[in-house]
Design a protein around this ligand. Structure first.
Ligand SMILES: *[C@@H]1O[C@H](CO)[C@@H](O)[C@H](O)[C@H]1NC(C)=O
Ligand SMILES: *[C@@H]1O[C@H](CO)[C@@H](O)[C@H](O)[C@H]1NC(C)=O
Ligand SMILES: *[C@@H]1O[C@H](CO)[C@@H](O)[C@H](O)[C@H]1NC(C)=O
Ligand SMILES: *[C@@H]1O[C@H](CO)[C@@H](O)[C@H](O)[C@H]1NC(C)=O
Ligand SMILES: [Ca+2]
Length: 809
């Protein structure tokens, strides 16, 4: 066990898994192979893809010169080729396999595992070269016994030894390309980056070279994280007192967005977007804060200036994204004001340019220290339209949840500045839009590509822009917009727009066909088999995908939770990693500028583990390979990472390490979790211990549209089962009981006739419910006997509740 000791060893063991039946591409530093930045002069076979960069290649060449100087003329002629081949296996994409470095519990070989026929051939002609190649005394001792010698150098599986492995089409096809499963689902992996968060809605960076990141929780707290993933004890911002939200799952109100001014480094300004209640009126508020003069990791809480407030007629559809464009202007993404079907006014808010709801707004907050808090950019599209608010940049938006500007292709900058958004749909379709100035994105005339309001939709003067992609509700019911990947560490993902769905937990991607401009869809799954079998990587995540993020270096993250409540600390931040090809060593190194820390640091402790679906027990190693080889230090042994394994192996933000985890019992795989499933192993089950025990008469809402949990079909829990209420006499008194049970003080209306869908998978449990409105549960109202009814699911009852008094429209 040279080179791997102490914490590094513990970490290795934690990552130790039942060994592969087949090798997978992995280098001796435990990371995926890469495409060398320039060609290789010596190990040319691996010039396109492998584990050596030109520097390592030169070192191998030097070693070759040193070793061949020890050979006489005839030996050189016969053996130089073999010598080169043996040396160059360190550059093979399967190096870890050939040197037995995949299983950290066995010693690393000094000579790559050889196929028997090849070994015999080399032994016959050139066995003397081995004593120069390896200091392994045991090997040298076997030098004169061909059978024992070659057995000692053999690899367990004869197909995967050198050189047969090179000719194995299964291993060499698609090498270096993103792996997809049989259904075309791209196989990616994750790194856990932060956890224990309460509905993490946003993760942003300051663009100031510090590579800090800041994670916002819906309750109104923002935390500072350092590049080593430690969190500062003192919050960056705490406006939880002002922020309006509730513990109810799916509440769309709260702290929703944060963005650093592009010149934050110089002006210390940060903008936030949150829900507030002002005199019984619900609003969204966009405020400016300044950095604290005394602490670069905290905002000055007294510096708040309210830039803009917009009244919200209902508790859902509050938008929440804030972005700065390359133009230096602040983009604000509002929702249509809520309820269902954008019911306000003659044709809804989204198509009404004289309201700020259902819009993308663009304002200028630069030079606002004196005079107005914001100005209208002179080239805003409707500045000359007297019927339009001048802030409007684009309209016809329902509830854009997460937008991003494309950073552009790293070298050519192609695609830079494109504005991608996920717009949450009504009953049928979720969509991805590219937002452009002055354009109409269709809502409520259109939902996705289809008509929602037929009268509006057929009006040719609509002239709306269709989405680049829309998906039906069988795939997910609430889109979460993501990012075009432009990071450094996963080069194969460059140009892929990666997004997800809050309800179904599906991860998805779109790639533009540059010739046709069409967007091609691929689902993203979590890597199975050996795809994610690298130290520190996991392949599962919680289902409710809340948001995506980019760090300062452009790497991609997403946040999800197992319990989508603003008070449940089950949110995790994941970094997305493609193991099919990494960037060449050193290419993605960042050097964070120093941060002065005044508060206590809380070290990050990862909790999630790789899930092996069907662990293949690793065959016992052959007796000959069990003895530790290579007793003494060998100056000429293959290049192995020596120390700081923990600090180097993990592709983390800032390239720093993380705290080692407790070693897992060796040779046993972590048990697959309940709820892990093939499609991405997203977890549907809540973490244990979070659900309160159910009482008779408990209620829940099913078939929510979008993110709203304030309305839906009523489901009631009686004697161990969930069922529906079907009732033609269902009224607002009964609905009031349900709303109050769910924590909403107001009922907007009682919904009848299965408006929110038929709960056909459940039994009808209640009928003829008559309440005074003051009961604690529906069971306290008079009702027909449980399970006795003379109605069908077509009459399933629902409710529309509210946190505030709203007139039904
Ligand atoms: C945030 O502020 C509230 C009061 O405004 C306080 O009760 C709470 O403890 C603060 N939280 C943190 C983590 O500082
Ligand atoms: C558009 O919105 C404005 C502001 O809310 C409102 O006064 C007006 O009545 C709306 N127009 C229509 C046609 O609904
Ligand atoms: C189509 O829309 C325009 C502008 O919104 C409106 O003036 C016109 O009356 C509409 N036409 C019909 C047939 O509804
Ligand atoms: C269902 O039963 C109630 C009384 O229990 C009765 O008033 C009502 O007419 C019945 N409805 C139908 C559709 O049979
Ligand atoms: Ca649309």
């Amino acid at each position: 066990m040279r080179a791997l000791r102490g914490p590094a060893l513990a970490l290795l063991l934690a990552a130790a898994l039942p060994g592969p039946a087949r090798p997978h591409p992995q280098c001796l530093d435990f990371k995926p192979p890469f495409r060398p930045p320039r060609g290789l002069a010596f190990c040319r076979r691996y010039a396109d893809f492998g584990c050596c960069d030109p520097r390592r290649d030169r070192a191998l060449l030097q070693r070759f010169y040193r070793l061949s100087a020890r050979l006489d003329g005839p030996s050189y002629a016969a053996c130089a080729g073999h010598l080169q081949e043996l040396l160059c296996q360190e550059c093979s994409p399967y190096a870890a396999h050939l040197y037995d470095a995949e299983d950290p519990s066995t010693p690393v070989r000094t000579i790559p595992g050889l196929c028997q026929d090849y070994c015999l051939q080399v032994w016959q002609k050139c066995r003397s070269i081995f004593r120069h190649l390896s200091a392994d005394r045991k090997l040298i001792a076997l030098e004169n016994n061909m059978a024992k010698f070659c057995r000692y150098l053999s690899l367990e599986d004869t197909d995967y030894c050198f050189p047969h492995l090179l000719a194995n089409p299964n291993l060499n096809q698609n090498l270096g390309l993103v792996t997809a499963d049989a259904e075309g689902c791209l196989q990616l992996c994750l790194v856990e980056v932060a956890n224990g968060l309460r509905n993490p809605v946003a993760m942003v960076h300051a663009n100031d070279g510090t590579h800090r990141f800041f994670i916002a929780e819906q309750v109104g707290l923002v935390w500072t994280y350092l590049p080593d993933l430690s969190r500062l004890e003192k919050p960056f911002l705490n406006i939880s007192k002002a922020v309006l939200t509730s513990p109810w799952e799916g509440d769309e109100r709260g702290f929703l967005g944060i963005v650093f001014h592009p010149k934050f480094k110089f002006n210390g300004k940060v903008y936030v977007y949150y829900s507030v209640q002002v005199h019984y009126e619900e609003r969204i508020r966009i405020s400016e804060f300044r950095i604290s003069p005394a602490d670069m990791n905290a905002l000055d809480h007294g510096s708040e200036r309210i830039i803009l407030e917009i009244e919200e007629p209902a508790s859902n559809h509050n938008g929440g994204e804030l972005l700065f464009g390359d133009d230096g202007y602040l983009y604000i993404f509002t929702g249509d004001g809520g309820m269902a079907g954008d019911p306000f006014g003659t044709f809804g808010n989204a198509q009404n340019k004289s309201t700020l709801l259902g819009k993308v707004l663009r304002i200028d907050v630069n030079n606002n220290d004196r005079g107005p808090l914001y100005q209208i950019p002179p080239d805003n599209p409707f500045v000359n339209d007297p019927k339009a608010r001048p802030e409007v940049y684009a309209y016809g938006v329902r509830n854009m949840w997460r937008c991003s500007f494309d950073r552009g292709e790293p070298h050519t900058k192609e695609g830079k500045g494109r504005l991608f958004c996920g717009d949450v749909g009504q009953n049928k379709y979720e969509e991805i839009d590219i937002v452009e100035k002055g354009k109409n994105y269709g809502w409520r005339a259109r939902e996705g590509f289809s008509c929602y309001d037929k009268n509006l939709c057929t009006n040719s003067s609509m002239d709306d822009v269709l989405p680049i992609y829309a998906y039906p509700h069988k795939m997910g019911k609430s889109v979460t917009g993501g990012y075009v990947y432009r990071g450094c560490e996963s080069p194969n993902l460059n140009g892929l727009y990666i997004f997800g769905d809050f309800m179904s937990g599906r991860l998805m991607s779109l790639k533009e066909d540059r010739a046709t401009g069409a967007w091609q869809y691929s689902e993203i799954c979590m890597g199975t088999g050996q795809t994610c079998m690298f130290p520190g990587l996991i392949n599962n995540y919680y289902q409710y995908i809340i948001s995506f993020a980019e760090d300062e270096a452009g790497e991609l993250y997403f946040m999800s939770t197992g319990v989508p409540s603003a008070t449940a600390p089950h949110g995790v931040v994941y970094k997305v990693v493609d193991t099919s090809r990494r960037a060449p060593p050193g290419k993605c190194r960042v050097e964070p500028s120093p941060v002065q820390v005044k508060s206590k640091r809380i070290q990050f402790v990862p909790k999630e583990k790789l899930i092996m679906k069907t662990p293949t027990p690793r065959p016992r190693l052959m007796a000959t390979t069990e003895a530790p080889r290579g007793g003494g230090p060998d100056p000429e042994r293959p290049h192995m990472p020596t120390v700081d394994w923990a600090g180097q192996a993990l592709p983390l933000p800032g390239g720093r390490g993380r705290t080692p985890t407790t070693p897992a019992p060796r040779g046993r795989a972590p048990k697959p979790r309940p709820g892990a499933e093939r499609r991405g192993q997203r977890r549907r089950k809540k973490p244990p211990g979070t659900a309160p025990p159910l009482r008779n008469g408990a209620v829940r809402l099913a078939e929510q549209q979008g993110r709203g949990r304030s309305w839906g079909r009523v489901e009631v829990y009686i004697d161990g089962e969930w069922g529906t209420v079907c009732d033609d006499g269902w009224n607002s008194l009964a609905a009031a009981v349900v709303c109050r049970q769910l924590g909403f003080p107001y009922v907007v209306r009682a919904s009848k006739k299965a408006e929110f869908g038929e709960g056909t998978s459940l039994r009808i449990l209640l009928d003829d419910v008559q309440c005074s409105g003051q009961e604690k549960t529906l069971l306290e109202c008079t009702h027909a006997d449980v399970g006795t009814h003379n109605c069908s699911h077509e009459e399933d009852a629902g409710v529309v509740c509210s946190m505030e008094e709203v007139a039904d429209r």
